[in-house]
Design a protein around this ligand. Structure first.
Ligand code: GLN
Length: 253
């Protein structure tokens, strides 16, 4: 039986807007596909054995929590970067996405150093970027939509060689200006989308499971699942995000 070991980093500190639901979606979907899952929660000060980690998940966090976990993550920087280069799958949301880049400067002007895993930086802007978002995600050909909820002060700017996760159809994405959302580097996905994200975008959940398996030379053999409820949730966010009222409210933020 295929097996995936997921390291859940700092669950007590990084869990905004239902991010923990991503773990539930990964575990439940893996079970439906006949994949064994082992979850290893790690809090600051804990040991992270990257050689055993197939998929690393980190949720979003407020500036204060980001600062706290960034300090701990620094102790793991070399090992984490090496595992990423070898193909470890990483899924990082909002505050932890920001920590994968060069730095995040908070609204108070504090500079939190990042892991420098991918070429980007983040600086807080004067207003928060809040609302439901829809992106066209090019992990698939043809692209599929991803829907989620964003709430961030940070504006992220990608280096010229870094691929975004998708193109913004509704919402703000990385910085509210260049229509890019998230970033993809090797098997790493960073995104501003909370929600939680994975239950409403089951194709992304499967993509992460597939990445984690292929990293260990295991083949993803998806079961035929009935995704009608997930699809309904997905479609209802698209309807909500696309409604004129929602767009008006978001643009007032
Ligand atoms: N503190 C960060 C910001 O405001 C991240 C917030 C979050 O994870 N939602 O940009």
């Amino acid at each position: 039986m295929a097996i995936i070991r997921i390291y859940h980093l700092y669950p007590a500190h990084l869990n905004l807007y239902g991010d923990r639901g991503n773990m539930l979606a990964l575990c439940r979907r893996a079970e439906w596909h006949g994949i064994d899952i082992e979850v290893v929660p790690v809090e600051p000060g804990g040991r992270i054995n990257f050689s055993c980690c197939d998929l690393l998940f980190m949720g979003g966090g407020q500036d204060s929590d980001q600062k706290l976990v960034a300090k701990d993550l620094k102790n793991h920087r070399t090992e984490m970067r090496q595992a990423v280069e070898e193909g470890m799958a990483v899924f990082a949301v909002c505050g932890s996405y920001q920590l994968l880049g060069y730095y995040y400067t908070t609204g108070r002007g504090e500079k939190i150093g990042g892991l420098e895993i991918a070429e980007f930086y983040t600086e807080a802007g004067p207003k928060r970027l809040i609302g439901n978002a829809v992106i066209n995600c090019s992990l698939w050909n043809p692209p599929k939509t991803l829907v989620g909820f964003e709430n961030h002060a940070g504006k992220t700017y990608l280096g010229p060689n870094l691929q975004p996760l998708g193109e913004v159809l509704v919402g703000y994405g990385n910085n509210g200006a260049d229509k890019k959302e998230g970033a993809v580097y090797k098997n790493v996905i960073g995104t501003y989308l909370h929600g939680s994200l994975l239950p409403k975008n089951p194709w992304l959940t499967d993509n992460l499971l597939e990445k984690a398996l292929s990293y260990r030379n295991q083949v993803f053999q998806p079961a035929q699942l009935d995704d009608s409820i997930e699809q309904q949730a997905h479609s209802s966010v698209i309807r909500l995000a696309s409604s004129k009222r929602h767009k008006r409210r978001s643009s007032r933020v």
